[in-house]
Ligand binder design. Structure first.
Ligand code: PXP
Length: 249
């Protein structure tokens, strides 16, 4: 099986909200994240990822319902561990949720979810989702302890936070890859699916070939940015071509 790509279309909604946040029903409220999702599928996306944030800065609840209804691919809903988001997830019923930390001030999801200190709350959320047929991924820093607790809590997947890797310099990238490698090995040994996401782009994606046992990448910003030049379908196709070199074990 080849490496899977989840395309995060949040920033399509970011552009729409920049103009239409106060005019949600405008007939020309564009661009449409649901159309972008369809284009991403044509380019080979394996799933669509969206994050309905507490502050609704990009995706709105109605986007989630529309994508769920119209797009024939698994939906991965990123969500904070809050009552509001749990209620939305149970209404939208995506195939997967990815539990993320969320604070209003951050520009984007900054660190991983600390499942060690929040294990009770996270464990309750995992069980509730699973009881409703929704698989759970935990977006965590690539730390051995975080991966071990994620596995203990019974999550099906972890998504290793590649933000530090994405921001690394030529001096620090080796150490970041080593952290990811160690975390991926522990996840694999614990029998949990290991994904990666955040800050992956066309320049750095092939460096992740040094990290074994990865199943899926979740990529948003770089693909949406590339789509502005070549269109979404081609942008996804180009990323999938780069990912095809990954040595699946
Ligand atoms: N995975 C998670 C959990 C995220 O929060 C994000 C950013 O929304 C991504 C992946 C995608 O990151 P990027 O936009 O940097 O590709």
């Amino acid at each position: 099986m080849s490496l899977l790509l989840g395309v995060n279309v949040d920033h399509v909604a970011t552009l729409r909200q920049a103009r239409y946040a106060l005019l949600p029903d405008a007939p020309n409220a564009e661009p449409c994240p649901c159309e972008a999702s369809a284009d991403a599928l044509l380019g080979g996306a394996d799933s669509i990822t969206i994050h309905v944030r507490g502050d609704r800065r990009h995706m709105q609840e109605r986007d989630a319902f529309l994508i769920r209804e119209k797009i024939a691919a698994p939906l991965n809903l990123e969500m904070g561990v809050t009552e509001e988001m749990i209620a939305i997830a149970l209404k939208v019923r995506p195939e997967f949720v990815c539990l993320v930390p969320e604070s209003r001030e951050e520009v984007t999801t900054e660190g991983g979810l600390d499942v060690v200190s929040r294990r009770h709350e996270v464990g309750d959320c995992i069980r509730l989702m699973q009881k409703n047929g929704i698989k759970v991924s935990l977006f965590i820093d690539p730390e051995v302890e975080q991966v071990k607790v994620a596995a203990e809590l019974g999550a099906e997947m972890v998504e290793l936070h590649t933000g530090c890797f994405g921001n690394a310099t030529t001096q620090t990238v080796g150490a970041e890859l080593e952290r990811l490698r160690r975390a991926a090995l522990v996840g694999h040994q614990a029998g949990i699916q290991v994904n990666a996401g955040h800050g992956i782009n066309y320049e750095n994606v092939r460096l992740l070939e040094a990290v074994p046992h990865l199943t899926e990448y979740n990529i948003g910003h770089s693909i949406v940015a590339r789509a502005m030049r070549v269109g979404m379908t081609q942008a996804v196709r180009e990323m999938k071509a780069l990912m095809s070199h990954y040595p699946v074990l």
